[in-house]
Write a new protein. Structure first.
Length: 432
């Protein structure tokens, strides 16, 4: 018996473990190959960030927030287009929609050709996404941080369209993702100042992750929320100090204008876009025309979000505050879903934040409950090729439900989170 155990231990340490690392390395190489190389992406969403740096350097900040009157993804000024060409961008740039401080910080990058910046950003994005995945596992599923589990996770992520689409666009989501999940990990380890800083940077750039601060304000740690508020105020102070009041006012005016439009484009997965898409001719789904939201979908969106928020709050309030894991994991998952579904614009690449939602469901569910795990598998599949059409090209199908796969996955995960919260309310605190 002892000899058998000894032989098993030797096999485990000298054969099985090395093979696990080989599998993880192979999956990592496949992940890098799928996401980054050979790099031929247009990086249309990276271009305006670099163009903004050129505009600031040239004293042309008045053109920063140029926007076409009809199409959301087009700029409305020839100066912006010309600067984009000068910077080395060969396609049509999308508008700049970040705070003025971001443009100011991009000035040093104006000396580097755009093609080189785009390639460097792609590899940097791969590293940041890997960090984000690590943070997801560390925050919710620490037992998964093993070589063989990583091999499986990385292999599956090669099919996850929100992630692939973000790389194709050259999006800043690759930065926002690890910042937000990193804030959660830092909060878990009582590093509240660092957590507040990470979330403040993410919110400064993208605004919508602010919903995570609501969880901290609600049940703590409120010191993390206080640090978040302080750092966010410092970032906006720096933005005004470097770029002036006019540029910052133009940015906020742009944000307000965006919040009023309805975009039924195939890659907008918000609740409003999903519900209002049938109100428009399918031929308009492959463009980015700005519409006034129809009254019925707008009212339905507000009612659904309000009722879902109240239901989620009610279920979470039934879980005692000292049962931290039982309530916090579902609360964070619900915050991420609100971040995705509530804004009028939620591009497909934003739905990389479904990954922590899935992890939260798996981590917080009762071990006797299989249904939430089944929902997680189904939700992941809905966001993968071939179920979700490749987003780098307009989908060939014109069916509204098939276009809205990520939104449907989010709704399914919301139901799973509600069930998890309901079940956790009846669990003994010692099991949390």
């Amino acid at each position: 018996m002892v000899e058998g155990r000894l032989i098993g231990s030797v096999i485990e340490s000298h054969v099985a473990r090395p093979l696990q690392f080989v599998a993880a390395g192979a999956a990592l190489a496949l992940f890098i190959e799928v996401m980054v190389g050979p790099y031929t992406y247009p990086s249309v969403d990276l271009a305006p960030v670099i163009v903004a740096g050129h505009l600031v350097k040239g004293g042309q900040t008045v053109y920063l927030y140029s926007q076409d009157r009809e199409r959301f993804n087009r700029v409305g000024d020839e100066t912006f287009r010309q600067v984009a060409k000068t910077a080395g961008f060969v396609s049509e740039s999308t508008p700049f929609v970040y705070p003025p401080l971001v443009a100011w910080l991009m000035k040093p990058m104006t000396a580097v050709p755009f093609s080189r910046i785009a390639r460097l950003w792609a590899y940097a994005s791969a590293l940041m996404v890997l960090a984000g995945v690590y943070f997801v596992l560390a925050a919710y599923l620490p037992s998964w941080n093993r070589p063989l589990r990583w091999a499986g996770v990385l292999f599956l992520l090669c099919f996850f369209e929100p992630l692939r689409y973000g790389f194709w666009l050259g999006q800043t989501t690759a930065l926002i993702f690890p910042l937000v999940i990193g804030a959660i990990v830092l909060q878990r380890h009582q590093r509240v100042a660092a957590a507040g800083l990470a979330l403040a940077v993410a919110v400064f750039i993208k605004l919508t992750p602010v919903v995570l601060a609501a969880v901290w304000i609600w049940r703590g740690p409120r010191r993390a929320a206080a640090w978040f508020t302080l750092f966010l105020a410092l970032l906006w102070t720096a933005s005004v100090a470097t770029m002036g009041v006019a540029s910052n006012a133009a940015y906020f005016a742009r944000v307000v204008a965006i919040s009023k439009v309805d975009l039924v484009a195939f890659n907008n997965q918000s609740m409003l876009a999903t519900l209002s898409r049938p109100w428009f001719n399918p031929s308009t789904w492959i463009y980015w025309h700005m519409h006034d939201p129809p009254a019925i979908p707008l009212l339905a969106t507000r009612m659904i979000l309000a009722l879902a928020s109240l239901a989620g709050a009610y279920l979470l309030l039934r879980i005692p505050p000292d049962a931290d894991r039982c309530w916090r994991y579902p609360a964070e998952g619900m915050a991420f879903l609100l971040m995705l579904l509530a804004p009028n614009i939620a591009w497909t690449h934003y739905f990389v934040f479904l990954l922590p939602v899935m992890a939260a469901v798996l981590a917080a569910r009762s071990r006797e409950s299989i249904a939430p795990a089944v929902v997680v598998v189904a939700a992941f599949a809905l966001c993968c090729r071939p179920f979700l059409a490749a987003q780098d090209q307009p989908p060939t199908t014109q069916h509204a439900l098939l276009i809205a796969m990520p939104a449907l996955a989010a709704v399914a995960l919301a139901v799973a989170l509600f069930e998890v919260a309901r079940t956790n309310a009846a669990r003994p605190r010692t099991t949390c």
